[in-house]
Ligand binder design. Structure first.
Ligand code: FAD
Length: 500
């Protein structure tokens, strides 16, 4: 890489991706790296709502609600292909009294400057026949991502690349050194696919590593007034009944709400919100999460959903900011969900704490202001990393899915897709929409996955086999908390390879 960069951004979740695009548009020379795929952290496991934070009114977080409603409405207006207004149906069942609900909804609508449809009480609605003991509901207009959260992140990344940013997935920042570097920082990058190691120099660093923000700051020897606590959020997907076409928001036994979201061929139900001290533990869904989700869901549905109906699980860890010296919180609901930023007093380094998909515009603008306090852009793109060709997207079909999906060869050539996991989980929703991560029950689609692996690896059978095998092991591990019936059988017979 020639000469020092302006900014290295560590972490390509929604925060890093939105910051990257914003800085690249200002003329900064930016490198964005992620140790995994783009959007492979928390940003692939959300409920995919772009909302104004109605629930935060409970804690009187008025500034957060004002900022989120503004960002929501801008995203709807400026990114119609990715974010669309959607009616949510809140069906109260033992939650707050009616007067509280209606006052909160009225205040929320006013705080959103009346840009969305006015909340409406409905005595009759189509979903009622399928819900147990459903009384009147409230229609609230929010917004939702059209394809997925991971693709939303990718869109920001590719837009940044078109502006000249250098964007690299599967590249981990291993070591960070401030001493002796006139440029500001020297970072050691490890390509996690090839193992090759390179150094880069940058005038400034933005730490957007989500749950790993504190660990990255430790590597740089930096401290901050903030730290993260972790809350595990698990959702489950099951085949979508024909009647389920709108987002339903339903009360939970713990005094919170959960969402039943229509998402292609599945209904997505969740999420849990459980504080965990240990990040590794927070990232692993537990049997108790699945049991709780089914218990909560079946309280509301007339036709119950069984464990064997579950197509997939989504598990994400919310990085929630607290003051560094704060005592361990007892409930996640008591914690602010407003992002916090810290510009180091002496070093050119910004750390991001918290942040939501819904608030990515505001967060990116705030980070841009902090960066501008220390360094100015040195000129306009193009930088030495020209954007890829803008060819029209090529689509294909996948068994059992009605909607077309981007082809693996196209995703590999144009979207930095390097593996089956990248393709099935984040370039498409196949891993979440088809049982057993896309293998299908009893490995019925193993042959299709083999063909996809060959496309991604340009016909290299050795690489394709290794990828398929690794992906299969990963699916078994991810689905371990589901019933054995949902796990893929070893597809050795189907595709004729040797399996250990
Ligand atoms: C269950 C659940 C539901 C949610 N629902 C919503 C919702 O409906 N709407 C909403 O707005 N928000 C929602 N959120 C919140 C939102 O998803 C997260 O706050 C957001 O995705 C966090 O993004 P991030 O960029 O901070 O973190 P991440 O997406 O985790 O990105 C951080 C990245 O840093 C990378 N990284 C870490 N260390 C290194 C290193 N050393 N080198 C290189 N890369 C590194 C990681 O690989 C990771 O990809 C939800 C969250 C959860 C868990």
């Amino acid at each position: 890489m020639d000469g020092p960069l302006d900014v290295v951004i560590i972490g390509a979740g929604i925060n890093g991706a939105a910051v990257c695009q914003t800085l690249a548009a200002q003329g900064y020379r930016v490198l964005l790296v992620d140790q995994g795929d783009f959007g492979s952290g928390t940003s692939q496991a959300s409920t995919m709502l772009i909302w104004g934070g109605l629930l935060y009114l409970k804690n009187l977080e008025l500034a957060t609600v004002l900022a989120l409603t503004r960002d929501r409405d801008r995203l709807v207006a400026e990114r119609p292909g990715s974010v669309q207004a959607r009616p949510l149906l809140y069906v109260p069942s033992g939650g707050p009294p009616r007067v509280v609900v209606e006052s909160a909804l009225a205040a929320y609508w006013v705080m959103g400057a009346g840009k969305r449809a006015r909340p409406q009480r409905l005595d009759r609605y189509a979903e009622q026949a399928h819900l147990a003991a459903a009384g009147p509901a409230y229609a609230i207009e929010e917004a939702a991502l059209v394809t997925s959260d991971a693709r939303f992140v990718l869109e920001w990344v590719l837009a940044a690349e078109r502006l000249g940013a250098d964007v690299r997935n599967h590249v981990r920042v291993d070591a960070i050194d401030a001493g002796g570097s006139a440029a500001g920082w020297r970072l050691q990058l490890c390509d996690t696919l090839t193992g090759s190691v390179t150094d880069v120099q940058a005038r400034m660093v933005v730490n957007a590593a989500g749950c790993w923000t504190d660990a990255v700051n430790d590597k740089a020897g930096l401290t901050s007034p903030w730290r993260h606590v972790f809350s595990r959020g698990v959702s489950l997907a099951f085949p979508r009944p024909a009647w389920h076409t709108r987002h339903l928001v339903l009360d939970s036994l713990e005094g919170d709400v959960m969402t039943l979201a229509p998402w292609g061929p599945v209904s997505l139900w969740g999420s849990t919100d459980t504080l965990r001290d240990d990040l590794a533990e927070a990232r692993r869904p537990a049997d108790a999460d699945v049991a709780r989700l089914l218990r909560e869901l079946n309280r509301h549905l007339r036709v119950p959903v069984d464990r064997s109906d579950v197509v997939s699980l989504r598990t994400g860890v919310r990085p929630v900011p607290v003051r560094h010296d704060a005592r361990a919180p007892r409930t996640p609901a008591s914690l602010t969900r407003h992002h916090r930023l810290h510009l180091d007093a002496t070093r050119p380094w910004v750390s991001i704490y918290g942040g939501k998909l819904s608030g990515c515009l505001g967060l990116a603008a705030d980070v841009r202001e902090l960066v501008a306090q220390r360094i100015s852009p040195r000129g306009a793109a193009p930088w030495p990393h020209p954007p890829r060709d803008e060819a029209p997207q090529v689509t294909t079909t996948f068994p059992t899915l009605e909607a077309p999906v981007v082809s693996a060869a196209w995703a590999a050539a144009h979207e930095h897709c390097t593996s089956l996991d990248d393709y099935l989980r984040r370039r498409t929703n196949i891993a979440q929409w088809v049982p057993c991560g896309g293998f299908g029950a009893r490995g019925v689609h193993a042959g299709t996955l083999e063909r996809i692996a060959l496309e991604i690896h340009d016909g290299d059978t050795g690489l394709a086999e290794r990828d398929l095998r690794a992906y299969w092991h990963q699916v078994c591990e991810t689905d371990a908390v589901l019933a054995q019936a949902r796990r893929p059988d070893t597809p050795a017979d189907t595709i004729g390879w040797r399996w250990s």
